[in-house]
Every structure is written in structure tokens, then in C-alpha cells.
Design a protein around this ligand. Structure first.
Ligand SMILES: [Fe+2]
Length: 145
């Protein structure tokens, strides 16, 4: 056994940490699914998978990200969260970037795929830590859940 060099350790880009939990089961479940999708994209990139295999992985990640953002936005509007506009703008910015990336991929212009996986993992982690925790804390502080 060489624990320092297991496939999991070398392939996994983002690892779930307890401090990322917001306390909302559906939000946390979807965040973990997003991490899994980013890791799958990263693994496919490291394994040198071709465009035919990369395409569906990238599309699943893009579609799931949009679905997840809609769910969070619904949660925020239901609870009349005052930070909704700022939070949604951040979602919209990422969706715009992901759409651009998928268009570039389709056009064969995507040249830095590993940078892309790292960008997505950093964005998601930072966003959960900051915006999503603020949202969850606010809802909790109002005793709405
Ligand atoms: Fe969010």
C-alpha cells in the first residue's frame, strides 16, 4: 500500500468538508453532487478522455449547476432574503461563464481544461463558504425553518 499516492488522492480535486454544510439538507446534497460532477470532469481530464466523453460530463455539470441555482433562488425568494439580488447576480455571472465555456468546447476552442476544473471547484467552494452560508444563516436567524 502506498497511501500517499492512491488513485483517489491524485484524482479528487474537491473534497467535501463539514464546515461547508449549510444545514439545509437539499442545499448540502446538491452541493455534494456538484463536487462529484467537478471531480468527474477532473478525472476525465486527467485520464485524457476524448471530446466524446468530455462533452456529456461538461454538459451534465452545466445543467446541474443551473438546476441547483434555481433551487437556491427559489429558497431565497420564498424567504424574502434581502441579499437575493447580489446572490443571484453571482449565480448569473457563473452561468454566463459556464455557457461561454460550453460554447468554446463545442467550437473546439477550449484549450485549458484543467484550469477550467480548478476554476469551477474554487468558485463553488468559495461561493458555498460565503454567499450560501450567509443565505442559510439569515434564514435560520429569522426562525423561518
Ligand atoms: Fe448560491
Amino acid at each position: 500500500m502506498h497511501p500517499a499516492n492512491t488513485p483517489e488522492e491524485t484524482m479528487t480535486l474537491v473534497t467535501w468538508e463539514p464546515r461547508l454544510a449549510t444545514g439545509y439538507i437539499i442545499v448540502d446534497k446538491q452541493h455534494r453532487n456538484l463536487f462529484d460532477l467537478v471531480n468527474r470532469l477532473h478525472e476525465a481530464l486527467l485520464a485524457g478522455k476524448g471530446r466524446e466523453e468530455m462533452g456529456p460530463t461538461l454538459m451534465s455539470l452545466a445543467a446541474y449547476t443551473i438546476e441547483h441555482f434555481r433551487m437556491e433562488e427559489g429558497l431565497m425568494t420564498n424567504h424574502k432574503y434581502p441579499g437575493y439580488t447580489d446572490h443571484k447576480r453571482k449565480h448569473d455571472d457563473l452561468v454566463g461563464q459556464v455557457n461561454q465555456l460550453t460554447q468554446d468546447f463545442d467550437a473546439g476552442r477550449l484549450t485549458l481544461p484543467l484550469t477550467l476544473a480548478r476554476f469551477l471547484s474554487d468558485w463553488i467552494r468559495h461561493h458555498i463558504d460565503d454567499e450560501d452560508q450567509k443565505m442559510a444563516n439569515w434564514i435560520r436567524s429569522k426562525g423561518l425553518v
